[in-house]
Ligand binder design. Structure first.
Ligand SMILES: NC(=O)c1ccc[n+]([C@@H]2O[C@H](COP(=O)([O-])OP(=O)(O)OC[C@H]3O[C@@H](n4cnc5c(N)ncnc54)[C@H](O)[C@@H]3O)[C@@H](O)[C@H]2O)c1
Length: 272
């Protein structure tokens, strides 16, 4: 028995990284999972792993920079699984060539990041909400970031997209609370995924000699002292979708090893 037996969840960007972890975690809790991703090889592999472990999942290829695809994904969920109970809006990009100030950011980079990281979240909500309402309710969890609250240098489009995700979360929560549709956000800190490994090179412009050491080092800077895993985020998302979180909506949860609890001056007081 899982806490999501019989439920249907769509995970956008559900093949790799945090999305892959969430697809597995929902399946372990009994949900039927629609893995929506641009990468068919990784998507089919995730579905195969879930199925081999006794879970239920299907893959749909989708490019969330294309405005028609969210609607198609929701329709696929209705056709294949009979509806949608939860959406984990997770897809997100932070391309290496996007580490630039506002002057050097091109419209192409801005539009690519905003369309995938923010517009697709609204479009998924737009098409999934009527289906959820017909079933008596549902939950949308949006993947934001600690960078939606505080920033780092040279990520104007990414930071704007994540701040937008937090605002959209509050707005949807207010507009749909009385329809039994809860809307929440998670704000991951550094999580060991392909995107995070890309970001390490993006910041410096070059690949570190030892990527594993660079990842371990990034983790060591958090109060908890380790890098996060996709499962760390997935466990929280699974909880937020459950009835155990039934009085939560319009809220975001930092899952960051304590990073957001720490003041910028914290290192200054550390001896040695
Ligand atoms: N990894 C981190 O440290 C971190 C921290 C904070 C927030 N986040 C957020 O978490 C989310 C997931 O990040 P991740 O680190 O797992 O990323 P990732 O790059 O490791 O995985 C992203 C997944 O999305 C898919 N994808 C990429 N572009 C797509 C598109 N246009 N259409 C459909 N699918 C597409 C990829 O194939 C992949 O399966 C993102 O929204 C990211 O901003 C990540």
């Amino acid at each position: 028995m899982g806490i999501h037996d019989g439920k249907v969840v769509i995970v956008t960007g559900g093949a790799l990284g945090i999305g892959g972890g969430a697809s597995r975690a929902f399946a372990e809790e009994g949900a039927r999972v629609l893995v929506a991703d641009i990468d068919p090889d990784a998507g089919h592999q995730t579905v195969d792993e879930i199925t081999a472990a006794g879970g239920q999942a299907a893959f749909v290829q989708a490019d969330f920079s294309v405005p028609a695809d969210p609607r198609r994904v929701v329709e696929q969920s209705v056709t294949q699984f009979g509806g949608v109970d939860f959406v984990f809006n997770n897809v997100g990009i932070q391309p290496r060539n996007s580490y630039r100030n506002a002057e050097d950011t091109t419209e192409e980079i801005w539009d690519a990041i905003l369309s995938i990281n923010l517009k697709s979240y609204w479009l998924m909500a737009k098409y999934a909400i009527p289906v959820m309402r017909d079933r008596g309710g549902g939950v949308i969890v949006n993947n934001a970031s600690v960078q939606g609250q505080q920033s780092a240098p040279l990520v104007p489009a990414y930071a704007a997209s994540k701040g937008g995700v937090l605002s959209l979360t509050r707005q949807l929560a207010l507009d749909y609370a009385r329809q039994n549709i809860r809307v929440l956000a998670v704000c991951p800190g550094s999580i060991d995924t392909p995107l995070m490994r890309n970001a390490i090179s993006g910041e410096t412009g070059e690949e570190p000699g030892d990527m594993d050491a660079a990842v371990t080092d990034a983790g060591a800077r958090s109060p908890i002292g380790r890098i996060g895993t996709p499962a760390d985020i997935a466990n929280v998302v699974v909880f937020l979708c459950s009835d155990r979180a039934s009085f939560m909506t319009g809220e975001f949860v930092n899952v960051d090893g304590g990073v957001m609890a720490q003041g910028a001056w914290a290192d200054l007081g550390r001896a040695g």
